[in-house]
Design a protein around this ligand. Sequence first.
Ligand code: G3H
Length: 539
Amino acid sequence: MTSFLEKIFPAESDIPEAHRITEAIDQREYLINGELRTWQGNLNPVLSPVFVREGGKLTQKVIGSTPLLTSVEAMDALNAAVKAYDLGHGMWPTLSVTDRIAHIEKFLMAMRQKRAEVVKLLMWEIGKPLKDSEKEFDRTCDYIADTIKALKDLDRNSAKLVEEQGFMAQIRRVPLGVALCMGPYNYPLNETFTTLIPALIMGNTVIFKPAKYGVLLIRPLLEAFRDCFPAGVINIIYGRGRETVGALMETGKIDVFAFIGTNKGANDLKKLHPKPHRLKAILGLDAKNPAIVLPDADVDNAVAECLAGSLSFNGQRCTALKILFVHKDIYPAFIEKFKEGLKKLKPGMPWQDGVSLTPLPEPGKTEYLLDLVADAKSHGASILNENGGEYLHTFFYPAVLFPVNPKMRVYSEEQFGPIVPITTFNDDNEAIEYVVNSNFGQQVSIFGKDSQRVAKLMDAFVNQVGRINLNTQCQRGPDTFPFNGRKDSAEGTLSVADALRVFSIRTLVATKSTDANKQIISNIIRNRESAFLSTDYIF
Ligand code: G3H
């Protein structure tokens, strides 16, 4: 075993005190109908990707457990959400926008108090480096604040009456019903909250099931959820997806399905709904974003962006660059600099200063990655970098595979981990063909200077993917930009403002602009007789 691997996992005494988990967190609480209930049944152990060394032996750290609820508790959550929505007549869906914002603001304040606890659990549960864990927490708080601002803008714009072809109308956005929100393990806080918060603020009631890993980190927020929202508005359940979420979908009472995960998982769950036309889905799914490096690209910039793009959080981002197409004229220089850059990425534990390569949370992930490497090797690829593909338990050192070709699984399969497949091309059409024929269509990155050539590529991709990045890696942010995808990569568009739209529908009150009708409308507005038909707005 290479020497850095022997020392990769710490002894308990090597872990700085502030970052230690000294006692397992055995969570039995879950939130239904405004109550934190205590689960007496089986618990699901939470294994950290971090192994700890003791007496020459490595043991995977068990940091706690979460409730293994069943379909019975899932139904309790559903009944609470259905009751709180009350066919659109519940207190929450009829509450004024100002009041709903006040609840979210109260929650945001309470959430900010829990930063340290959540950040620590992000590190321990999914192995996310400290800085990135802090960034995830802060970005989520910013997202909530921006959502409030966007809703105020929306409300202001909806306050005016419109006149068209002899009609007058007021058009406002109203909630859809009961939303089921499920997030992914790589951004268990941020991605989940980018659907959960808009769903709530627009007046839907919610059942939230945390991701597969990154579950305990929601525990510090349970009291805030309980205290900041009316009973039944937000319900939080745990357990196996098939048993809990499957049962919910089969009832046909879920109106909105917000899911970030695999397209297979999304399909399996959507199919269970007996009335698919009543189900609105907003999905963030698989991706295989390519980078295309043209011969005149600024190599230093392309390398820096491709390194960050393919290996930030060990490549476990849906937006990660998952294959690099490097032009034949530039690949030797590109690969050399890429290897140099990779050497500087520090492997270690999430709390260590400057660390960027950390252990992986998914059980069986290193074996899966090894299979991908073996398959690529059997079809002619080599690992180019020193220590590439070396592993120990949950830690897998990045492997740069070259040259990859269509016979290899890693050419088209989303690795979602620290493997960087590189291929070369001569004719730009080879890269275009790859994107056109891919099952995925999230984003693409182009690196180059020749504006004509870049423009031709851009135009070839605009109907294939949701975002084309020029001389920069693929990414979701800034969160005000639309985030979506084609084919198996997504359904619907998210962004701060778009999310408010997807969790609501426009409803209007319209009438012919006669004097008599104008009088009625004017009375309603002047006397504040309707909550919907009103020209009031929030500053
Ligand atoms: O996993 C997918 C995330 O939405 C990616 O977000 O590009 O900001 O890392 P990011």
